[in-house]
Design a protein around this ligand. Structure first.
Ligand SMILES: Cc1cc2nc3c(=O)[nH]c(=O)nc-3n(C[C@H](O)[C@H](O)[C@H](O)COP(=O)(O)O)c2cc1C
Length: 207
């Protein structure tokens, strides 16, 4: 599989976390400007990037029950959605902080259809998708594992929304979609299941 190295993440941005919380909102309009590799690096790191090592385990930016790390982040790139990335689907590899090419052709129409034709998905240059391998967490927590995975998706997504806000990017949580159609559009391998879409782009001129 071809991999694309991402620029090192900025771990010390200039916007306070309070400012990002105060100004975050769901933003559904974007310019047609492409999103660059530095922004892609930052949002994927915020979702699932590594931060430090504890007891030999690489810990990630979002907390995980028992450090089971069931989430996998994917990036869908629309035609002309990025100057640096071809349209298609990429899997984020936290350890290498790199993208693995999954689909080398545009799947933007399929993803938009899977998201019930929502304009926010159609208009976004890129969308981050969170998928989960539930069994990683269920094995350790048979009773609460499923709930924990959903809690973790919320943690990862909020990190992304706050980083987008701090970088002047627009993002929107999207949960209204056909699970199976999103799985198919992104070519998710078994046992991954789609959980959350986050279309991301630059603000329109009048915003
Ligand atoms: C789990 C979840 C799913 C959502 N799904 C969608 C969606 O499919 N489409 C959409 O436009 N907004 C979606 N939203 C965004 C909400 O409409 C939005 O968060 C809410 O109106 C509050 O506005 P704010 O995010 O600007 O604070 C979703 C939000 C959450 C938390």
């Amino acid at each position: 599989m071809a991999t694309i190295a991402l620029p090192a993440p900025d771990t010390d941005g200039s916007t306070s976390v309070e400012r990002a919380i105060a100004t975050r909102e769901s933003r559904r309009s974007f310019t047609s400007k492409p999103v660059g590799l530095e922004d892609v690096s930052q949002i994927l790191w915020a979702a699932q990037g590594t931060t430090h090592t504890r007891d030999g385990v690489e810990m990630r930016a979002a907390p995980s029950a028992g450090a089971t790390y069931p989430l996998v982040a994917f990036l869908e790139v629309s035609p002309a959605g990025s100057e640096d990335l071809e349209p298609g689907v990429y899997r984020y590899e936290p350890r290498e902080h790199a993208l693995e090419v999954v689909v080398e052709t545009a799947v933007h129409d399929e993803l938009t259809a899977a998201a019930l034709e929502q304009a926010v998905v159609n208009d976004a240059p890129v969308s981050l998708a969170l998928a989960a391998d539930y069994d990683r967490t269920r094995r350790q927590y048979p009773e609460h594992g499923e709930r924990y995975v959903h809690m973790e998706a919320g943690h990862a997504a909020e990190n992304v929304h706050l980083v987008c806000t701090s970088r002047g990017l627009c993002s929107c949580p999207v949960g209204a979609f056909s699970d199976t159609e999103v799985n198919d559009a992104l070519s998710l391998p078994d046992p991954l299941e789609s959980l959350y879409l986050i279309p991301v782009g630059k603000p329109p001129a009048n915003a």
